[in-house]
Design a protein around this ligand. Structure first.
Ligand code: CMP
Length: 229
């Protein structure tokens, strides 16, 4: 991506929307573009954090691993989302692992640059806090899901959340384009792969979803929401 396009891209990212052209130009000069192939680990939980990442293209999953290699997905991030802010803010090691779900392009800022930009732009701190609050609410809901929902309810909530996070509206439908395996989805829902598959097939038979290889089309989001129980 040329620096001209990069500047245009930044103006479309909510995090930078309070900045004027000059400030954005300064940032495009100091940030570093980085690419990651599909499947590549961008960083591991407990790594020392050195950078803040903004996604230019592609999808990134944020996961936690158990000692026996099981994976739990905390979130899926897309173009214009950011990650890596936690270590930048608290100076602690990475709170989770970031993996490229597709080929991914990012821009990164190092810690000193990130802090300087925050000091010069207090609105950005509020926007980051807003995203942190959203992630906290999401994490609370997830704990609630595991504690109180049936497997069907957890699958319905997972699909609904993904529709909100990475879905694209198409009239009344929402199209979730993804690069995830059934196991990835099951990890998010907190079910086995078999249970996840059985439940989405039931939803498809009922006309709530259409399932394709790298795509789930949510046909009836309201009805799906009713299954969150
Ligand atoms: P950091 O701790 O630096 O590295 C891991 C990153 O994963 C973290 O910053 C956040 O940017 C991101 N992250 C952590 N938890 C979540 C979550 N629940 N949803 C989305 N992103 C998360």
């Amino acid at each position: 991506m040329s620096s001209f396009n990069l500047q245009e891209f930044f103006t479309e990212v909510s995090l930078f929307s309070n900045m004027d052209k000059n400030e954005i130009e300064q940032i495009t000069k100091i940030c570093v573009e980085r690419s990651f192939e599909k499947g590549k680990t961008i960083f591991y939980e407990q790594d020392q954090g050195t950078s803040f990442y903004l996604i230019l293209s592609g999808q990134v999953k944020i996961v936690m691993m158990s000692n026996d290699g099981r994976e739990h997905t905390l979130g899926v991030l897309k173009e214009k989302d950011f990650f890596g802010e936690v270590s930048m803010l608290d100076g602690q090691p990475r709170s989770a692992t970031a993996i490229a779900l597709s080929d991914v392009k990012t821009v990164t800022l190092n810690r000193d640059e990130f802090h300087k930009i925050l000091k010069d732009n207090p609105e950005m701190i509020i926007k980051i806090m807003y995203v942190l609050c959203k992630r906290l609410r999401h994490a609370d809901k997830h704990v609630e899901s595991l504690a109180f929902l049936t497997a069907t309810g957890r699958v319905a909530r997972t699909i609904n959340n993904l529709a909100d996070e990475i879905g694209v509206k198409d009239n009344l439908k929402v199209v979730i384009n993804h690069n995830m395996t059934r196991q990835d989805f099951a990890n998010i829902a907190g079910t086995s792969r078999e249970t996840f598959t059985r439940v989405i097939m039931d939803f498809q038979d009922e006309g709530l979803l259409e399932i394709d290889k790298n795509k789930i089309v949510v046909i009836d989001k309201k009805e799906l929401q009713k299954r969150v129980q």
